[in-house]
Design a protein around this ligand. Sequence first.
Ligand SMILES: Cc1cc2nc3c(=O)[nH]c(=O)nc-3n(C[C@H](O)[C@H](O)[C@H](O)COP(=O)(O)OP(=O)(O)OC[C@H]3O[C@@H](n4cnc5c(N)ncnc54)[C@H](O)[C@@H]3O)c2cc1C
Length: 401
Amino acid sequence: MSKTAELLSLDRDTPPSHRDLLAIAAQIGKEVAEPAASEVDQHARFPAETVEALKRARLLGASVPTELGGFGCSIGTLAAICETLGQYCSSTAMIFAMHHIQVASIVYHQAASPYFTEYLKDLAKHQYLIASVTSEVGVGGDMRSSGTAVEVLENRFSLNKEATTISYGAQADALLVTSRRSQTAPPNDQVLTLVQKADYTLEQTSDWDTLGMRGTSSPGFRLRSQGNVDQILPTPFSEIATQTMVPYSHILWCSVWSGMAKGAVARARSFVRAAARKKPGTVPPAALRLAEVVSKLQTMQQNVSAACFQYESLLASPSGKETISTIGFALQMNNLKIAISEMVVQIVMGAMGICGIAGYKNDTPYSLGRYLRDAHSAALMIANDRMLATNATLLLIHKDI
Ligand SMILES: Cc1cc2nc3c(=O)[nH]c(=O)nc-3n(C[C@H](O)[C@H](O)[C@H](O)COP(=O)(O)OP(=O)(O)OC[C@H]3O[C@@H](n4cnc5c(N)ncnc54)[C@H](O)[C@@H]3O)c2cc1C
């Protein structure tokens, strides 16, 4: 029996172990994501077959608590899955990451709301996919600022937003949308609202013909939605962002990039091994560069794991929330994202240097073009300059380095 079939045959009450989940993710990566990745990239299409395989393995409910029917995965397990998938198809890994960032934002901030508790149960049961709507025309990538406001009338709301980018917007079953709390609220007094498929319409306003991450299928959309006020998360968005959305985003994105770097280095390693086999008893000149790039990869992976371990430990500690809300922690998370988003490009370039023309060509087992194009999106996912500007302000008041 295949590993996927084994997992599917598990009793619903028995959540799979970390090891089982990684084995499943690796199998889906190798057998479904990798064979489709070039075509997904070429046609900038949603990796439907891979997301379907993730759903069959019930991985879209991985971060839902076990008592609500999910696997109750920690961020450490999610990060490891992101890294695993990232080796095979960056877009799939990023979709998986973005979905779980949304789920975690609900899990940690729903405050036992009956609506959200039911929703999480439904998500685990039906494997719903949630997309994120934070960026906005006129505001750009400043997640902590909204132009649009949710309009509440008695127990109903309407929420319309011009979104610059919604990854897998057309394929998602629900959207988690930032907005101002009301028409009179300032841009940073925001709330987060869940709208389900029946609550909204999306009108596509731009295309997604990009350099990389083409399979995330992320054009602009005009969102129109309505619903019940229960769908607005009770916690202010400022708290959700600080405690969960930002740390989850930066750790899971970095894990995806780490997986992409690992995939590129794996190709460089097979290139060097093939060269060594051709001249037994000699060390190919590129082996030195491979040693260099493997050392960078290890540094990258250790940085991501350390940040993930620290965040996980803080989440488990009674006073951890206080530390997560400090300027020092915000700086650390921003620095992680900035550093890893730069390293992924350097590492893929290092792999390209090793493979040479075989890496540059699109039709060899050592092709690295897709990894390199995908890697360049890392610095843009919340622009690094925007983050450096935030850090510059924070450093004026933060005492420690
Ligand atoms: C693959 C991918 C998937 C995405 N998916 C989603 C999604 O699902 N949902 C979603 O909401 N968004 C999504 N985004 C959007 C993303 O998160 C950013 O919001 C968006 O890329 C930022 O747009 P921008 O480059 O125009 O940056 P902006 O933030 O609008 O900035 C424009 C330029 O100005 C510079 N700049 C801006 N502010 C400052 C500052 N204070 N100091 C210095 N320089 C500054 C930046 O460096 C940048 O070059 C996605 C992006 C990518 C690449």
